[in-house]
Design a protein around this ligand. Structure first.
Ligand SMILES: *[C@@H]1O[C@H](CO)[C@@H](O)[C@H](O)[C@H]1NC(C)=O
Ligand SMILES: *[C@@H]1O[C@H](CO)[C@@H](O)[C@H](O)[C@H]1NC(C)=O
Ligand SMILES: *[C@@H]1O[C@H](CO)[C@@H](O)[C@H](O)[C@H]1NC(C)=O
Ligand SMILES: *[C@@H]1O[C@H](CO)[C@@H](O)[C@H](O)[C@H]1NC(C)=O
Ligand SMILES: *[C@@H]1O[C@H](CO)[C@@H](O)[C@H](O)[C@H]1NC(C)=O
Ligand SMILES: *[C@@H]1O[C@H](CO)[C@@H](O)[C@H](O)[C@H]1NC(C)=O
Ligand SMILES: *[C@@H]1O[C@H](CO)[C@@H](O)[C@H](O)[C@H]1NC(C)=O
Ligand SMILES: *[C@@H]1O[C@H](CO)[C@@H](O)[C@H](O)[C@H]1NC(C)=O
Ligand SMILES: *[C@@H]1O[C@H](CO)[C@@H](O)[C@H](O)[C@H]1NC(C)=O
Length: 439
């Protein structure tokens, strides 16, 4: 090796080290996100996504250097993402991903804002900066709708229903002003500055956001973590939340239910529900137990490896809707909604749910507050809580409608937008659920 090639190699190494240290510095927690240079004022300000290009390049380099596990030949999506799929994703990310184009699409598809809200809560007294999508309908009778995403999703989940909600096909179905915020530590809502911002605090924060936008009365639609926040928000702010349409409604199976199940006394519907929840608990909820108990054990690894994080969430994206084909660009885009600010605070949000006695073991909806406002439940087979018996569904809320679909999975708004839109229109087309419209 000549002297020249040694110095060239040393220079390449120095460049790599410099860009990697800038990546490490960017993971500092605080009420801002260094790589996007956003400000969070006390009133809504327009937000355009513009990620520091050197961060995108460093991320690409880290993906290129990524080391992939040998899957030992188990069938794909059993233990996680296969070696072959991981390599395909790695190659695409290194050679083909065009972040500039993805970012342009996000800015084109969504009108976004940042703001800050204050809540009255002993557990979290700091101001709460928020990122949110806000599209207004031209219809004078439009209903304000707060849409909450979950894990491992983001505000991008609302993208396939938002135009039809604001601009429905005709005046016989309701129209909506849509607000879709990022959960704390997700997307471009900065991580909390300390522990204590859980589902109750988030519920207060989103209610404050709706009031700040001059929507004192509104309806809510959510699945996954957003659905849990929704139950708190509806229970704690019934004067503001008119009604809820939830695509995850999984009341806890209690000791009496389990004893009846073991004694073969449960109805076929109850038996199917218990089997579904139990299968999820024993076979699909590993991420949930880890993230809600000792999240930092995986937190450093997931923060350090963009490829590793994308493969971690891709397994969840795939198993909760095997009918859906995720493109490589989609998988990376969904992962980037965490990677840009660092995925740790979002993964840790589960711990806050556990602290609030939610999502503990089989108790999906733990001892949640009863929701008195009307609740519509919309279900698809490839989702946890499928087939909940109506009387069980009513243990945790005033369920006035259950819409059961024979196709679809966990990400209803994104994967089966048409059936979710129909449910929004029929549930809120009923005056008793929306306060406006027919009937
Ligand atoms: C990436 O996308 C941008 C914006 O659409 C475009 O201008 C640019 O040419 C693309 N780059 C490549 C390498 O295709
Ligand atoms: C933006 O919207 C277009 C058209 O609906 C869609 O094809 C594309 O996937 C969307 N991109 C993102 C990042 O939301
Ligand atoms: C209005 O649109 C809805 C939703 O697409 C549809 O079900 C309904 O038949 C339409 N009504 C009229 C009068 O066109
Ligand atoms: C389980 O729920 C049912 C219905 O609400 C109730 O009758 C029963 O007492 C509960 N059992 C326990 C152990 O909480
Ligand atoms: C319940 O049914 C199963 C299968 O039919 C049977 O093996 C079991 O003994 C039954 N248990 C009770 C408590 O009756
Ligand atoms: C603080 O957190 C605890 C545990 O999650 C919860 O029981 C309590 O209601 C919270 N306090 C307030 C003021 O929200
Ligand atoms: C459920 O909602 C309906 C419609 O608003 C209302 O009339 C009824 O009293 C509510 N029931 C409960 C248990 O809160
Ligand atoms: C039950 O729950 C799981 C989630 O773990 C889901 O993937 C499965 O397809 C569900 N549905 C049925 C009908 O078992
Ligand atoms: C509207 O909702 C009320 C309360 O849940 C229900 O009793 C009624 O049947 C609904 N009307 C229609 C047309 O679905």
């Amino acid at each position: 090796m000549s002297f020249l090639s040694i110095t060239a190699a040393a220079r390449r190494k120095a460049t790599l080290i410099a860009s990697i240290s800038s990546l490490l510095l960017s993971c500092v927690h605080g009420q801002f996100i260094p790589e996007i240079d956003a400000t969070y004022s006390s009133t809504p300000k327009p937000f355009t996504l513009k990620v520091n290009p050197s961060f995108i390049e460093t991320t690409r380099l880290k993906v290129q250097l990524g080391r992939i596990a040998n899957d030992m030949g188990v069938p794909p999506f059993t233990d996680g993402i296969s070696t072959e799929m991981a390599q395909t994703l790695q190659n695409y990310w290194v050679d083909e991903l065009n972040w500039t184009s993805v970012q342009e699409q996000i800015n084109k598809n969504f009108t976004m804002f940042t703001t800050t809200v204050e809540i009255d809560d002993k557990n979290y007294t700091e101001p709460i900066p928020l990122h949110f999508v806000h599209h207004r309908s031209p219809r004078h009778d439009a209903i304000p709708l707060l849409f909450l995403h979950g894990f491992p999703g983001s505000f991008l989940e609302v993208g396939r229903i938002i135009s039809s909600l604001t601009h429905p096909p005709n005046s016989s179905v309701p129209a909506f002003h849509v607000v879709a915020p990022s959960l704390p530590g997700f997307g471009f809502t900065p991580a909390p500055v300390h522990a204590g911002l859980g589902p109750i605090e988030a519920a207060h924060a989103y209610n404050a956001l709706m009031h700040q936008l001059s929507y004192p009365r509104y309806v809510m639609q959510a699945g996954d973590l957003g659905a849990f926040v929704t139950t708190y928000q509806a229970a704690l702010h019934p004067e503001s939340v008119i009604s809820v349409l939830s695509n995850l409604w999984a009341p806890a199976v209690n000791a009496t239910d389990l004893a009846r199940f073991e004694a073969n006394e449960t109805t076929p519907g109850e038996t199917a529900y218990i089997r579904n929840i139990t299968a999820y608990q024993t076979g699909g909820a590993g991420y949930l137990f880890l993230q809600s108990t000792q999240p930092l054990m995986a937190g450093h690894a997931l923060t350090d490896s963009p490829l590793g994080f994308a493969l971690y969430i891709f397994q969840l994206m795939q198993e909760l809707g095997t009918f859906y084909h995720w493109s490589l660009s989609e998988i990376i885009t969904w992962a980037m909604m965490y990677i840009i600010q660092g995925p740790y605070p979002a993964t840790r949000f589960y711990k806050e749910f556990r602290n609030a006695d939610q999502i503990v073991g089989a108790d999906m909806f733990g001892p949640a507050l009863f929701v008195n406002v009307p609740v519509g439940v919309t279900q698809r087979p490839q989702d946890a809580g499928w087939g909940v018996p109506l009387d069980w569904a009513r243990r945790i809320g005033n369920v006035t409608a259950i819409y059961v679909h024979d196709f679809g999975g966990h990400f209803a708004a994104y994967q089966t937008p048409d059936t979710l839109l129909d449910d929004c229109w029929r549930f809120w087309g009923n005056k008793s659920a929306s306060g406006v419209g027919k009937h």
